[in-house]
Design a protein around this ligand. Structure first.
Ligand SMILES: [Zn+2]
Length: 243
């Protein structure tokens, strides 16, 4: 017997399941016409604001942080905490600066080159630090990015910059993995892209849900990396610690 109310509660509105076609496609282009990539609602305001507006934003966040400290039962006037709200506000703006980063101007610039290279390019062990959007605590680890060019390559350091841009947002590891892969696919139109992330989530290890030292692994394979042999080649190259 189906309970209609129960079914309705399962079909939530506005979730990726009913606003997007099947993975890895999304309704929004990975890179929009103005250079932003999956902007949040406040992205353009943040990107356009001047110093005075930014300092007002810091003040508003500081006020909220002060409330949190008070609600925790802390004495916000004691020396150690006096500047914490401001410090935290600035830190949060830094941890989320990826929202206002322009992918073409700030990340890629003039680093797409034409090259007759059609072998796998891999940059592995790129260190990443991001914030889990469910608990606002860090998750961190390593991202490995591979692609097979189609007459266009990207300056190697830009792969790390691309990952950094999406890390500096509120994230879930699965989405982060997919965003890096799809943006690279959109910019280079390569034969295929592979992204693997291994990360430790503080919300899990610090609460004892996950044993410390264990890692969460996610991957996104696009184009020719969806074929078994190419995927295997990529994963075996990742596992080889000396070449
Ligand atoms: Zn979390």
């Amino acid at each position: 017997m189906h309970n209609p109310r129960h079914i309705e509660s399962l079909q939530r509105r506005g979730t990726p399941l009913n606003t997007r076609p099947a993975s890895p496609y999304t309704l929004n282009p990975p890179v929009e016409a103005d250079g932003f990539s999956w902007p949040s609602v406040g992205t353009r305001i943040r990107a356009d604001e001047n110093e005075e507006q930014e300092s007002k934003r810091v003040d508003r966040i500081s006020g909220a942080v002060k409330t949190i400290l008070e609600e925790l039962g802390e004495d916000v006037t004691r020396e150690g905490l006096a500047d914490t709200p401001q410090r935290y506000a600035k830190a949060m703006l830094f941890f989320t600066k990826g929202y206002q980063t322009n992918i073409m101007d700030d990340v890629i610039k003039n680093a797409v080159f034409e090259e007759d290279h059609d072998e796998m390019v891999i940059v592995r062990d790129i260190e990443i630090y991001s914030l889990c959007e469910h608990h606002l605590v860090p998750f961190f680890g390593k991202v490995h990015i591979g692609y097979i060019p189609n007459k266009r390559v990207l300056g190697l350091s830009k792969l790390a910059r691309l990952a950094e841009m999406y890390c500096r947002r509120l994230q879930v590891q699965e989405r982060l993995t997919k965003q890096i892969a799809m943006a690279l696919g959109d910019i280079l139109k390569p034969m295929g892209v592979a992204v693997v992330i291994e990360a430790t989530h503080m919300c899990m290890v610090s609460r004892g849900i996950q044993k410390s030292g264990s890692a969460t692994v996610t991957s996104c394979m696009l184009g020719c990396f969806r074929a078994h042999r190419t995927r295997e080649e990529f994963l075996s190259l990742l596992n080889k610690r000396t070449i």
